[in-house]
Design a protein around this ligand. Sequence first.
Ligand code: HCA
Ligand code: CU
Length: 347
Amino acid sequence: MINHSSVLAHFKGVVDSTLREGFQFAGANFSLEDQREIFDRLVLLGVEIVEVGNPVQPEIRERIAALRRRRGDGDRPRLFAHIRNHERDIRAAAECAVDGVSVLCTADVERLAAMGLTPDSSRERLRQNIALALSFGLDVRVGVEDFFGRSFRDCLDIYEQAESAGATRVALADTLGKAQGWEVARRVGALRRRTRLEIEGHFHNDLGQAVSNAVIAVRAGANWISASLLGIGERTGITPLSSFLANLYVLDPDVARRYRMEELTAAEGLVSHLCGIDVPLHLITSPANGFAHKAGIHLDALMKFGPGKYEPLSPRIVGNVRRLVLHSVISGKTSDVQAREFEQRFG
Ligand code: HCA
Ligand code: CU
């Protein structure tokens, strides 16, 4: 087996954004109670950071305060409020006693101009806001949206400001979900060489590359990956937590063991139920498809050699179960008796 562990040597953890980006999914209408249930699953899974919405909105502030109370005296997961580069957002975050703020910035001059800002004035505002956040004891992460669609230099100016003002983590977002893997490798690598801060990557899935781009980003030096249960988010969503953790497991089971991965199927099942959708077929947590074997060649090899011939990892690892789909025109000769014996042996 290839030893991939060096790829993950600097990996620090997951920023779960089900309650922030996930809430932006068209089909998500989480109630306070739904949100509490999701939070409990995230705690069980062992994600390091839970990202929540912007507490400047009173309803969101209430929700964050409820989660903060639910976590009690413990310090995990750390709670980060996702906010704008605005003083009042920082003050609202401090009021609900989150651990940190994820400040979202833009390098888009049109967007800045619409807010009456220039790149310089917005960086100056960032410096003041970081100082304010630090004075409240908040940890600060600074993100730049559409990192791959903007000039690297313009993004770097923001990250350099973040670093000199005392942020601890910088984040890059593939907001449009169209970055190619080689661009991710090149740009994340370039950022890695220019900052000492921790790097977080956030990848949208419009072209179906959110998982591989996240893994490539880690390989290029990212320390944190933003993900959500089922991958829910704006449009087609972001990196699904289950797919990302399954990749970690394949790369280095010891790193993946930080998480209770066997809770993934139940956690993503809960979110699919709350959103009124099925677990998408390409997810490893799909009870219907994740580990369904149908073609004769596959079934035959499974019977002869065991499940390893056609499974990247055992369904148990993610809390899912295997399904043998017999009796179709393409299923070959595997019998019910053989299938039963197989299931008894491999579970
Ligand atoms: C959005 C913002 C964001 C921010 C990501 C981040 C994006 O909702 O458009 O702060 O890391 O994708 O740019 O989700
Ligand atoms: Cu996003």
